[in-house]
Design a protein around this ligand. Sequence first.
Ligand code: LMR
Length: 334
Amino acid sequence: MKLRTMLFSLAALGFCATASAQAPIVIKFSHVVAADTPKGKASEFFKKRAEELTKGKVKVEVYANSALYKDKEELEALQLGAVQMLAPSLAKFGPLGVREFEAFDLPYIFDDYTELHRVTQGPVGAGILKKLEPKGIVGLAYWDNGFKSFSANTPIHTPADLKAKKLRIQSSKVLEEEIRSVGGLPQVMAFSEVYQALQTGVVDGTENPHSNMFTQKMHEVQKHMTVTDHGYLGYAVIANKKFWDGLPVDVRGQLEQAMKDSTVYANKIAQEENDKSLEAIKKSGKTQVYMPTKEEKLAFKKAMFPVHQKMEGRIGKDLIQSIYKETGFDPAKL
Ligand code: LMR
């Protein structure tokens, strides 16, 4: 009888040990945009790839649409370890004190994805990601979104059309200057609050790539949108450093592979998704989409370029110059 009890307890212990050895490592991955966006789709792709490659040792829970945290709270939650992974827009790192990221917000610093990738997929981009480490954050990759348009309830053909307009931006000193450079009034606000602010007239307009405008239905409460392509909005995929460094070596390697695969996917779909959203916005008939002429675009570029010089002190002149070197941008040719 005694022996049977002993054997039973040993078996139960064995069962517990196996069960706990098999309990998956859970990664909470939180973001603020809709599931049907470049970032939303890429995080789902990462989940699938990570779970496949680790053969179920890792379970990724993706929380879209600010379901867990709003913009500002996200990074705090990651630093505290309440979530393990995020993909905040690059603008979000300035307020964290990593000002190098603010370079990505400079108006018209990239003309297209090719120029952008020379930075995000090269040594300059890698160097910027490294700056996150003292904050307890590992920078894993850059994921694309796209180039921003302006929206408002009145037509926007020239920089003067934005004068005195209250325009929602992300919390960023560079974006504040960008709006001021065209005489607008920058209004910092969380992404999840923009639709309502536009609807109720708390702000007059905003900026974002088309995928964000469309999936948040901003076009339904804005009469005009102009494809100015005046700035880039994309993401850094990040993890809590203590969590990441503490992963078993084989699992971390598999997750790195999953991240590589998702980055290829993210950067492949970003432009397609934004193009599709632009078409859908046009088709909705709710907002009038204006494609500025080359000259009109140049007028925005000229009005906004002084922001680069104004922000040199914050971001670092050398860093800005090294980006120009990668992209071939020559301010003298403006
Ligand atoms: C915004 O706040 O406008 C963007 O950062 C949202 C996002 O993550 O794309």
